[in-house]
Design a protein around this ligand. Structure first.
Ligand code: 3HC
Length: 303
């Protein structure tokens, strides 16, 4: 996007304050990496308890990095001082240059959030969703045309502090200038951007979800055990985690919501029986087997 001879873009000239909606695993991770790179961050969630949990996650992750990289004693606190938190949904974004939404994977809840923020955010504010399965076109459906042109997906990966990739998914009306700015911003927070058209699952989930489904079906058919599938993919394919370890880390409910959304509505994918959540999967979710976050999924974890 940047032709030869054009100046480097300084993202900090346009983006200094970032509002992040959702203080869960993804939202707190995004808040951490943004603050670590010098941005002022406001983190929003529904309750103070949600925010406290999010800030605790950030503090723990920063402390881990500080130990690894031998940072001075005040390093963690200096980064945390750039993050404020609030349960006031509208106030969180009034002075933001970039909004990143990482709330529950539910289309109408996301649409309603963005539509409320649209009324109070600066006209220049960029809107981004961290959706793992929905289309930016659908999430932005209730926005005015001007804001739609400033709306993309910025899709991060778990654990955010470690995973180097950010997918930037764009719509037909997204300007090259906005994409160039966001690419520069992603580089500035120490990550690597890739671009993808606004399609279900973008690049990574479009490939990874069918792989996870095949792994489940292999075990549901009784062809191999969970442990052997994980060992096979780590030692035979060089993946850092097996598919069941990975599903436990990302959350079985996350995988379920992606499959359900694709099976029900995704263009080109809806009605595909591969994506119909199996009764076994639905039962596990009903019984609270959500993965690491609930202490049990395919494996059992110390809380
Ligand atoms: N905060 C800070 N640092 C962390 C961290 C955290 N939360 N978690 C791990 N680290 C650091 C460690 O300190 C360590 O640093 P070092 O290399 O300098 O020593 C490094 O990361 C590796 O950590 P560990 O040694 O503890 O663990 P592993 O070597 O087993 O790596 C892993 C852990 C990075 C999670 C690796 O197993 C991995 O890459 N797994 C695959 C993860 C993946 O595929 N994520 C994508 C999921 S899909 C998704 O998120 C999309 C969504 O839409 C569903």
């Amino acid at each position: 996007l940047r032709g030869k001879g054009q100046p480097e873009i300084d993202p900090k000239a346009t983006i200094s304050h970032i509002a992040i909606y959702g203080a869960g695993i993804m939202g707190s991770g995004i808040a951490q990496v943004a603050a670590q790179s010098g941005y002022k961050v406001t983190l929003w969630d529904v309750t103070q308890a949600d925010l406290d949990r999010g800030i605790h996650t950030i503090r723990t992750s920063l402390a881990r990095s500080a130990r690894k990289t031998g940072q001075p004693a005040d390093w963690v606190q200096s980064i945390l001082s750039r993050i404020s938190s609030t349960t006031d949904q509208l106030a969180a974004c009034t002075s933001a240059d970039l909004v990143i939404e990482a709330i529950v994977e539910n289309l109408s809840i996301k649409q309603d959030l963005f539509s409320r923020l649209d009324k109070v955010a600066k006209p220049t504010c960029i809107f981004a969703t961290n959706t793992s399965s929905l289309l930016v076109a659908d999430v932005s459906a209730k926005l005015g045309e001007e804001r739609k042109q400033r709306m993309v997906a910025l899709h991060f990966f778990n654990p955010v502090a470690v995973m180097k990739l950010v997918e930037i998914a764009y719509m037909d009306g997204t300007s090259p200038e906005l994409l160039a700015l966001l690419k520069a911003w992603v580089h500035d927070i120490g990550k690597v951007p890739v671009l993808c058209r606004d399609t279900p699952g973008f690049i990574v989930n479009r490939l990874m979800v069918p792989y996870n489904i095949e792994a489940r079906q292999l075990v549901e058919r009784g062809d191999a055990t969970i442990e052997d599938v994980d060992t096979a993919m780590k030692l035979g394919a060089g993946y850092p985690m097996g598919p069941f370890e990975l599903m436990d880390m990302t959350g079985l409910d996350t995988g379920y919501h992606i499959m359900k959304a694709w099976y029900e509505t995704a263009p080109g994918l809806s009605g595909d029986p591969r994506f119909k959540p199996s009764p076994e999967m639905e039962q596990m979710i009903r019984d609270g087997y959500l993965g690491r976050k609930s202490g049990r999924g395919y494996y059992v974890y110390d809380k």
